[in-house]
Ligand binder design. Structure first.
Ligand code: NZQ
Ligand code: ZN
Length: 391
């Protein structure tokens, strides 16, 4: 196991009715900006609950709605201008990963002293101050509510880049599982695959001799597999929603990455698919992950066999043989089937995506000289193989 320092300062407030606690987390008499998306919070009652709670703290409230899924740089820069002009003291993100990520960027860019805030994304320019923010999560998937990362898209240049700073942890995050009742099936399917993929990115590398992290990761994967058929139905029970929501947070809040080398190749390839073709984040992962497993099977052999055994109870190939390649083939097929069972497509051709997009993505990786994955083992030519295996 590698050395590590763990520090996650986010205060989690979890459970039914907890949005009403907002007033206890927000200082009296400040100027607060609420950020949100395309309006789901107005239809499902979350907006009303937030406003009712905020009224108790005599704050001056400004709203910034209309942040897109895959938040766009141009939109976020409009909010940055308002934060600067109005001297906003605090931001409250009410939404899913896109709103929380967008809010993290607004919080940093509003205090950025350099010439071009785009540098926060392409040069990882560090910022020494940020507007504090809290979150009310409405979509379990990214764990953005309890990590310091964010991803911002720029549609005009077909880019999608991530960033992070010690200043982009939320002061608090409120997780009321009842927000899940209004989630459409597509977003549940995206969330399941995203959480599954986050767990694999930290687990499916090589033996890091990190027993706690391995078993913790397997626990999250098994929980998702058990919950998937229940949570994809319209009538979701409160406890299933609660367990699902917490699985999402635990998937990427740093708990399962202690002391281990991580992968993230599938995510980086997926981000390019979103940037080029506009697919949802979860949709890209359902396509790419089985490809990463297939192409990187030698490097990941030990962990793929463990994943097959501990998560899917697969110890033989489909032909009954104990041959490791046969077992790995079976577990890749099982993973693909699982993604399909929650309603995801798993092939590029199902979205009408072909060789031209693969060529564009690979040339981007080549010109940026990106070698991704654990210890940089996924070269641009491996990226090509991974995507071509998913046509
Ligand atoms: O915009 P509104 O109308 O609110 O609708 C949203 C949006 O269309 C809707 N929605 C959210 N909560 C709802 C709801 N609809 C009904 N009921 C509710 N309770 O869902 C749609 C998608 O929302 P979005 O926030 O985009 O989804 P998600 O949480 O999956 O976030 C995706 C973004 O997060 C990034 C992704 O790349 C993508 O840009 N990620 C962030 C990470 C992080 N910060 O650590 C890690 C992830 O790997 C990921 O890359
Ligand atoms: Zn993700």
């Amino acid at each position: 196991m590698n050395n590590f320092i763990f520090n996650n300062p986010v205060k989690l407030i979890f459970g039914k009715g907890q949005i009403s606690r907002l007033s206890e987390e927000i200082p009296d008499g400040i100027k607060i900006m609420i950020t949100y998306g395309g309006g789901s919070i107005k239809r499902n009652g979350v907006y009303d609950k937030v406003i009712t709670a905020l009224k108790k703290c005599n704050s001056d409230i400004i709203e910034f709605g209309g942040i897109e899924a895959n938040p766009d740089y141009t939109t976020l820069m409009k909010a940055v201008k308002i934060c600067k002009d109005e001297n906003v003291d605090m931001i409250l993100a009410v939404g899913g990963g896109s709103i929380i990520d967008g809010t993290k960027f607004i919080a940093l860019a509003s205090k950025y002293k350099g010439d071009d805030p785009w540098d926060i994304l392409i040069k990882q320019a560090q910022v020494d101050d940020a507007i504090p923010f809290g979150t009310v999560l409405t979509l379990p998937a990214t764990s953005s509510e309890m990590n310091n990362g964010g991803v911002v898209s720029r549609r005009e240049t077909k880019d999608k880049y991530s960033f992070g700073s010690p200043l982009t942890y939320a002061k608090f995050s409120i997780l009321d599982p009842e927000v899940i009742y209004s989630l459409p099936k597509r977003q549940i399917a995206n969330g399941i695959v995203d959480i599954f993929a986050h767990t694999l990115e930290q687990y499916l590398t090589f033996d890091n001799k990190a027993m706690v992290m391995d078993r913790w990761a397997e626990g999250l994967l098994l929980t998702l597999i058990e919950l998937a058929p229940k949570i994809t139905k319209e009538d979701r029970s409160y406890d299933d929603c609660a367990n699902y929501m917490l699985t999402g947070t635990m998937g990427l809040n740093g708990f399962i990455s202690m002391g281990v080398v991580q992968d993230w190749a599938t995510h980086m390839i997926g981000h390019e698919l979103t940037a080029q073709k506009g697919l949802d984040h979860g949709q890209t992962l359902a396509i790419v992950y089985p490809g990463t497993m297939t192409v990187m099977r030698k490097e990941k052999k030990e962990k793929l066999l463990r994943y097959a055994d501990k998560v899917w109870n697969i110890t033989k190939g489909k032909d009954g043989s104990k041959d490791s390649d046969a077992i790995i083939d079976a577990v890749i097929e099982k993973t693909d089937e699982f993604f399909r069972s929650v309603g995801q497509k798993t092939r590029l051709s199902e979205y009408g995506i072909g060789q031209d997009t693969i060529d564009t993505i690979v040339s981007k990786f080549k010109s940026a000289n990106w070698n991704i994955g654990e210890n940089g083992i996924v070269t641009p030519s491996k990226v090509r193989e991974i995507l071509e295996s998913r046509l």
